[in-house]
Each structure stands twice: as C-alpha cells, then as structure tokens.
Design a binder for this molecule. Structure first.
Ligand SMILES: [Zn+2]
Ligand SMILES: [Zn+2]
Length: 387
C-alpha cells in the first residue's frame, strides 16, 4: 500500500475511533456553577490525584470534598487533610462496574451515582466535573433518565438507538468546554447511572453500535419529545429551519396517555396585551378579535388562526411557558382557556407513542420507521469498527 494511502487509512480509522470509540466525556450539571462538591459512598476503589500527586484511594468509607478558589485553583479535603491550591483533581475507578456518588454542596444538589472516572477543574465560573465512561454505560443512564422504568424491551431498544445516534451526531457540541455532551436536557438527560431494570442494559447491548442514518448515509437528527399530541411537528415550526428527513406524521398511539392533554387559563388582559404589543393585532376590533379568542386547532396548525401566517404557536408556547405548541383557544368568564395536546416540541419520535407501540407488540425497527420514515438503521455492529 502506498505510504500516503496508509497514512490516510490511519487518519480515517483514528477519526472513526474519535466518533465511535468506547469512551465519552460528559459535563455534569455545568450550569450549576458549583463552588463546593463532594464524592462519597463508592462501591469500589478510586485513585485520587491532585495534579500529578497521588493522594490516596477513595473507597466506601472515605469521601473527598472540593472547593473552588480564585485564579482557577481548588482546595481538596481527603481524610481530614486539606490539599491547597490544586489545578486538576482526578478520581479513577480501579475496578470495572463500580460507581460513586457525586453531590453539590454549594449549591446543594442531591447525591447521584455515576460510573466511570472523573476530572475536576476550575475554569472560573464554577467547578467543572467531567465524567468519562463507556458509551454503553452512558446510554444505559440516558435511556433510564429519558424514559423511566416499566417500559418494554423494544421501546428501550428504539430509545437506545436514537440516543446513541444523538451522542455521535453531537460529539463536538461542548468541544470548547472540553467534553462531548452535558448531562442535562440541553443535550440529553443523563441524570445518574442506570439504577432500574436490567432490560435497559439488554436494550443497549442488543443494539450495540446501531445508529440511524439519513438516505445519504449521514448520522440522522433523532429528535424526540414526550408526547406529540397526535401529530408530530415539522422542525421548521420550532427552530425556523427544516431538518433533513423530518416532517410530520399522524400518531394515534399517544392520544390516550397521561400527557396527551393539558389545559391552562391565562387572564384575558395578559393574553390580549401580548398579542397586541407583540404582533400589533387589533384585539379591540371585534371582526379580528373573535378568531383569536375562539379557535379550534385539531391539526397542529403552526400559526394561531391562519394556516400559513399569523402568530406562531411556538412563540406563544415559549412566552406563556406552555407544555406544547398544539392547542385550541376558548374565552370564558375567568380568562382565556388553552386546551392543549401533547408535551414537548413534538419533533421526531413521540416517546409515549413509541412506548404504546412497544406494548402493542411492535418491534424497535417498526417504531423507528414509523417516526423516522426517511431514516435507515445501520446494520448491527457496523459502527463497532474501532470498538
Ligand atoms: Zn449540553
Ligand atoms: Zn405521539
């Protein structure tokens, strides 16, 4: 093989490893701006280092507390001894499949268990905790955080595939901050390690390496939300730009679930003022006023009243902090009643619909092709070239 081709192959394999390698770095609650944190209740042994100095081993009976100082330094307390002005602190698990509890002391955040290793630095605003762990362990935590317990295997498999696709597609989302993804809904929820059903581990294992691809073999945009209300939303009406392969579909699998319907009341004055101030709409004119106060929306119209123009439903959702942008309007004595459907932006896979499909016996493949008809699933293990 000519040298140049060989070098290209090495670079290609390296970039595949970057994208599909087994380890992923997750920023834990980076927006919390912690000034004091704690690690405790380990189920295994973790080597504790302050810069290059090996401090000791954190085990089930020992804890370590870290405080933020000025000029990017930190204080570390381990077994009653204070180590001052440290730059980087690492906690590395010695045995596999163990975990340790992380908690925020200031601000206070309840202890949650995480697998893998930890690197703590002080970039300035708050302490930065990066959790490095295997892609499979990460996905197990994500699948449970995003969909809870008590679901069927085929649903968990579908969720594992779309969460894996999301992770690979957004690999560089937090590159500037020094990790791949954060553990909040900004990326996808990874609130703790998998605590619930072993079925989730099976779902991640059975779909190992599988991702969804667009027709031209690129990683697909696998958006999902809790409940679409009976019709998924075209991304253009949420983000003002279209997403290749995603439009809208009718969904009857989610319409009788807990989050299928909602209702809220807004004072008439608040509603009218917002419409008048923001959109210069003449709400005092009875001809124009009526449709804006009595309006049936059964087909997820993107605009209030008019089909292709008017007030964007997504802007009303954002402003009034509504569960979804799919609702009808009805004026009553006590204010403007909004009768809504679904929960979330409604783009892509509808989780409650997908859960319903799995309960009815549909396979993960059938679920994914129902919600993402334009995407194809990579064959099993095809992304495991470098794993
Ligand atoms: Zn994020
Ligand atoms: Zn739905």
């Amino acid at each position: 093989m000519p040298r140049i081709c060989f070098l290209f192959l090495i670079v290609f394999l390296f970039s595949l490893r970057q994208a599909f390698g087994q380890s992923i770095g997750i920023g834990i609650s980076p927006k919390s701006n912690f000034t004091r944190i704690k690690f405790a209740n380990a189920t295994g042994n973790y080597t504790l280092k302050a810069d290059t100095l090996l401090i000791g081993v954190v085990d089930h009976f020992s804890t370590c507390e870290i405080s933020q100082l000025a000029d990017h330094k930190m204080d570390l307390i381990y077994k009653g001894v204070r180590y001052e002005r440290v730059g980087i602190i690492t906690l590395d698990g010695i045995e596999p499949d163990k975990y340790i509890e992380f908690s925020g002391l200031t601000p206070s955040v309840k202890a949650k268990a995480f697998e893998g290793n930890f690197k703590i630095t002080n970039p300035g605003k708050g302490l930065l905790v990066i959790n490095s762990l295997s892609m499979d362990d990460y996905l197990e935590g994500v699948v449970e955080s995003e969909s809870g317990v008590g679901q069927c295997l085929e649903y968990y498999k579908a969720q594992a595939i779309i969460s894996r696709t999301f992770a690979h597609k957004n690999w560089n989302k937090h590159k500037k901050e020094g990790y791949q993804l954060c553990n909040q809904v900004h990326c996808q929820a990874y609130l703790h390690k998998r605590n619930g059903p072993l079925l989730i581990d099976s779902a991640v294992g059975l779909t190992k390496g599988q991702v969804l691809l667009t027709a031209d073999s690129k990683l697909a945009s696998t958006f999902y939300s809790a409940n679409c209300g009976g019709k998924t939303c075209d991304p253009v009406h949420v983000w003002r730009e279209s997403v290749s392969g995603l439009t809208t579909i009718k969904d009857t699998f989610c319409i009788h679930t807990k989050q299928a319907k909602w209702e809220t009341t807004i004072p008439l004055e608040t509603w009218s003022k917002w419409i008048t101030d923001t959109y210069k709409f003449p709400t005092v004119d009875s001809v124009f006023m009526k449709p804006y106060f009595y309006w049936e929306n059964n087909d997820r119209s993107p605009y209030l009243y008019y089909e292709n123009s008017g007030i964007p439903m997504s802007e009303l959702r954002d402003h009034f902090k509504l569960k979804s942008a799919f609702f009808s309007v009805k004026i009553m004595d006590d204010g403007v009643h909004l009768l809504g459907r679904g929960y979330g932006h409604g783009v892509g896979l509808c989780q409650e619909g997908a859960m319903g499909m799995a309960r009815k016996g549909y396979s993960s493949e059938a679920i994914l092709s129902f919600y993402y008809p334009a995407y194809v699933s990579s064959s099993k293990g095809s992304t495991s070239l470098s794993e």
